[in-house]
Design a protein around this ligand. Structure first.
Ligand SMILES: Cc1ncc(C[n+]2csc(CCOP(=O)(O)OP(=O)(O)O)c2C)c(N)n1
Length: 610
């Protein structure tokens, strides 16, 4: 008989006989594995979190207490336990989000998607609780990968001496997406095998059971016994009560430690050790491959559609070729080596490859330092994560006009990860920065060409933005700043990047209706040269701008500002509106935003009716 089926409420979970917990965890694991095999998602991280989430939600009530998941990609067990047992629509259009989403449930205390902010958010909530004199608990759960992000240390530093009780659970699986990196990883390795750990297993475990008073006394005092038993570490030295490390797959041990942490009523850091991919062999042995995974065969563990050529892999190969010929090129990633296509580069040129951890702001400043001393840094980063580096782009890069290259992957709509991951603000924020140039390829050949231009033939900061996934129908290589690809007299469509193919297809349908559209493709988005567009508009008097960015700060907005008052023309814009775009496949989102072929066709007809 299923245990999970009987869990309708958090109270059911909290009242469940502890003997049934192993079976419950097994059922949750099966549910997660089966669902993700069909929907794709963050499998390995979630399998590692099953016992920890069960233990946590037997002690805290997510509908009253506030549980903040860092990144939030590991919250599937939490979703199952808080009224979303049927995960079949996970990450699908109009379905359950793969991240915590307060709109979906009150149990999802805060939106998540970008790493390292959970401690700050939790501290904010703990302070709000004090100010409003309310009564609930606040818990942050942060991974060892997310702990490489500087923001988490800002939060820890502030929280450590705070009078607001707060429990921070460090979910340490020794992995970011790939193996965790840097001094943080090293510090945690040392803690994992600390005397406390061995002690906890034997002596302290007994203390928990037999002599609570003594244990409590040891925690509270700063005497020598404590020092010998509780190894001093960065967290305890900052001011946290440090507990751990605790076995993250032993519910009994977890419940004891969590209850204890809760009872301390202070800022506490509870260190929990988990195994990424736990309970599913293929994910345990290849946790990186199963971190964010597409569809796969549950029995064999075979992941479908791997090794496909994509913009990321074309970029990675092109940069390896560049590095072969130029020994001053350095590749930088912020914990996304595979995601941005730099795996081969990291093997071939380990001395010219830097994985900084989840530290985009630092990566930008470090790139600036390299550039100042004559190296050519290429920072490959997803568009939405580069948002973290805005001040560094201005202060460290732009003011000195340093030659840095930003390979901006996942620009535009990213699909199933949804609103936190869409790269729809990059054109807006990059174009506010002095000296910045923005290029946008619409094909693999153009990406290779533009990367070469950015590295060797341009000065100062240059961003090359390209979409997630694969090249579409268009495979040309336009080498001008902008180019009229199709001549026409009735309307001018200006577009760039991934959407060019849809525009070209729509133009063909319009031509069948006798409507002649002029298609202008922008290769350099910024600075924006509008001469060709002006020439075209004098003839067509109708402008449609089609782009996969938010409307504020878009190319359309800049173009209209430039052309307004010069002459009369009608215009319509297709873009991502305010930029908050739901999850779904890229095709579904394109359709919703009228960026698919049909949508562009009808928008053009609507424009001509004006
Ligand atoms: C600012 C930011 N940069 C990059 C990412 C991409 N990312 C998602 S999860 C992850 C690794 C997180 O590792 P960890 O916190 O240890 O969690 P685990 O998956 O190992 O449980 C990364 C780099 C992100 N979500 N946010």
């Amino acid at each position: 008989l299923s245990v999970l089926e009987k869990i309708e409420t958090i109270q059911d979970l909290q009242n469940l006989d502890e003997k049934k917990l192993p079976q419950l965890c097994q059922e949750i694991r099966s549910e997660i594995i089966n669902t993700v095999s069909k929907t794709g998602g963050h499998l390995a991280s979630n399998l590692g979190m099953v016992e920890l989430t069960v233990a946590l939600e037997r002690i805290y009530n997510p509908f009253n207490d506030r549980i903040i998941f860092d990144v939030g990609h590991q919250c599937y067990t939490h979703k199952i336990l808080t009224g979303r047992k049927d995960l079949s629509t996970l990450r699908q259009y109009k379905g359950i989000s793969g991240f915590p989403k307060p709109k979906e449930s009150y149990a999802d205390a805060f939106i998540a998607g970008h790493a390292s902010n959970s401690v700050s958010v939790a501290l904010g909530m703990a302070k709000a609780r004090g100010i409003l004199k309310e009564d609930y608990n606040v818990v942050a759960i942060i991974g060892d990968g997310a702990l490489t992000g500087g923001l988490s240390y800002e939060g820890l530093s502030n929280a450590a001496l705070s009078k607001d009780p707060l429990v921070i659970i460090l979910n340490d699986n020794n992995m970011s997406i790939s193996k965790n990196v840097g001094g943080t990883a090293r510090m945690l390795s040392a803690l994992r095998v600390s005397p406390f750990y061995k002690g906890f297993k034997s002596t302290l475990k007994k203390m928990f059971e037999k002599n609570k008073g003594m244990f409590h006394f040891l925690f509270r005092t700063k005497n020598k016994i404590k020092k010998s038993l509780f190894q001093e570490n960065i967290f305890s030295n900052m001011g946290f009560d440090y507990i751990g490390p605790v076995n993250g797959h032993n519910i009994k041990e977890l419940e004891r430690a969590i209850s204890y942490a809760k009872g301390l009523n202070r800022p506490v850091l509870l260190h929990v050790l988990t195994k990424k991919g736990k309970g599913y062999k293929p994910a345990e042995s290849s946790p990186s491959a199963f971190h964010g995974v597409g569809k796969f065969n549950v029995n064999s563990g075979e992941i479908y559609n791997t090794g496909k050529i994509s913009y990321s892999s074309i970029f990675g190969d092109a940069l390896v070729q560049q590095a072969k010929q130029h020994n001053d090129i350095v590749a930088i990633t912020a914990a996304m080596c595979d995601g941005v296509g730099l795996e081969k580069f990291s093997f071939d040129y380990p001395d010219r490859f830097v994985d900084v951890g989840i530290a985009e702001g630092h990566a930008v400043s470090m790139a600036a330092g390299m550039a100042k001393q004559g190296v050519v840094p290429v920072f490959a980063v997803y568009a939405s994560f580069l948002q973290r580096g805005y001040d560094m782009l201005i202060h460290d890069v732009s003011l000195q006009n340093l030659h840095t290259v930003f390979a901006i992957d996942h620009a535009g709509i990213v699909g199933n990860d949804g609103e936190t991951h869409n790269g729809v603000y990059d054109v807006a924020f990059l174009s506010t920065i002095a000296n910045m140039k923005i290029l946008a390829p619409s094909s693999y050949a153009e990406l290779e060409y533009m990367l070469d231009q950015a590295i060797h033939h341009m000065e100062g900061p240059v961003a090359v933005r390209y979409p997630k996934g694969c090249e579409r129908n268009y495979s040309g290589c336009s080498k001008k700043e902008q180019e009229v690809l199709v001549k026409g007299k009735d309307a001018t469509i200006v577009t760039y990047g991934d959407l060019l193919s849809n525009v070209l297809d729509a133009q063909e349908y319009l031509e069948k209706d006798g409507i002649r559209v002029e298609v202008i493709k922008l290769n350099q988005l910024w600075p924006l040269n509008s001469e060709t567009i002006e020439e075209s508009l004098k003839k067509t008097k109708n402008l449609l701008v089609v782009e996969d960015v938010a409307s504020q700060g878009s190319i359309a907005e800049k173009l209209l500002a430039k052309l307004s008052g010069k002459f009369e023309f009608n215009h319509l814009e297709v873009n991502c509106n305010d930029g908050i775009i739901a999850q779904g496949s890229v095709e579904q989102i394109y359709k919703e935003l009228s960026m698919d072929v049909e949508g562009i066709y009808y928008k053009t007809r609507e424009l001509l009716k004006k």
